[in-house]
Design a binder for this molecule. Structure first.
Ligand code: PCA
Length: 320
């Protein structure tokens, strides 16, 4: 009898010792980012011997993408994933991700992240957040219904936007910016709510862009990153060993995520083509016009962000 009682007590305290984190993301469950988070969650559970369980809520379902950082900061949920460029109002240095035509490869993107991470961590700490890992989307290209001849083709068209850069580019092109969450792009293309958009090949595949749109131009504009973070108090409440496990799982998720992104970048381009889309470079004059817009955006960004922008880009350009 006594043994039974002890067994029951042990079981109850084991239940008690399990910590649960809720992690929200705005991206779909089939996104390579989400697959990676789910794997991260199972690694955390395994490495902590089941003491920490992370429940992943994808698809904008629990908290909307734009509200995730605040929800984690307030402790309404313990962890979340957001796109760094979408956090640029609160954390201007996160906007460095979408300065057009600065990062031209995964190696560049990595170099930028290594320099950016300490700055992000400092700002996150001030808001009670802790960065776990970041993973880039494949390079951003331009989807259009018709072949592009010049910048004036975009006047009055409806351009899908998802961050400050895409809004500014739409403005500079004379297009109408239409904010559409990634998980609604397919529907927005189908209903004609948007005519064109700047996003990755993988996002086009996820939204079956070929059903509605014929052209993908590889302009390689930027490599935006998603970042996974946790409420600082929730992290600090873990034992030192559990914290180590979370950091280990984070480092693994980061390495795995970058490889998955690069692989998805290639396979998605092939899929767009196989589904009948024309994948090509934009005409040189149009690319040159886009580059000028990019430079204008960079100047505005550096002016607005000031000192930290230099702290990031001076080493980025000079410490190769
Ligand atoms: N896909 C996301 C962000 C960048 C990308 O490639 C989107 O289109 O919203």
């Amino acid at each position: 009898m006594k043994l039974l009682w002890i067994a029951a007590w042990l079981a109850a305290s084991a239940v008690h010792a399990q910590t649960r984190w809720t992690l929200a993301t705005g991206y779909g469950e089939n996104s390579f980012h989400t697959t990676n988070i789910v794997r991260f969650a199972s690694d955390v559970e395994r490495l902590t011997g089941g003491a920490l369980k992370v429940a992943v809520h994808p698809n904008n379902a629990l908290v909307k993408l734009a509200d995730i950082p605040q929800a984690v900061q307030d402790g309404r949920i313990q962890a979340g994933e957001s796109i760094m460029t979408g956090m640029a109002k609160a954390f201007p240095i996160a906007g460095a991700d979408a300065i057009p035509f600065v990062v031209g490869s995964y190696a560049d993107a990595k170099r930028l992240w290594v320099l950016q991470r300490p700055l992000i961590e400092r700002h996150f700490a001030q808001r009670g957040l802790k960065a776990l890992y970041a993973v880039p989307w494949p390079p951003q290209g331009l989807y259009t219904r018709k072949p592009v001849a010049s910048a004036s083709d975009f006047k009055g068209t409806r351009m899908r936007t998802y961050n400050a850069t895409t809004v500014r580019i739409a403005g500079l092109l004379g297009a109408i910016p239409v904010d559409v969450p990634m998980v609604e792009v397919n529907q927005a293309l189908g209903s004609g709510r948007i005519d064109n958009m700047i996003t990755s090949a993988v996002t086009g595949v996820e939204n079956e862009a070929w059903r509605h749109i014929g052209y993908f131009h590889e302009i390689n504009a930027w490599f935006p990153k998603n970042i996974v973070f946790v409420n600082r108090r929730a992290f600090d409440a873990l034992s030192p060993l559990q914290q180590q496990s979370v950091l280990q799982a984070s480092a693994d998720a980061e390495a795995r995520g970058w490889a998955a992104s690069e692989a998805a970048s290639k396979s998605s381009l092939r899929e767009l083509q196989a589904r009948g889309m024309k994948v090509e470079r934009a005409p040189p004059e149009f690319e040159a016009a886009l580059k000028r817009m990019g430079e204008k955006f960079s100047r505005e960004w550096i002016r607005d962000v000031g000192h930290e922008a230099n702290q990031l880009f001076v080493p980025y350009y000079f410490q190769r």
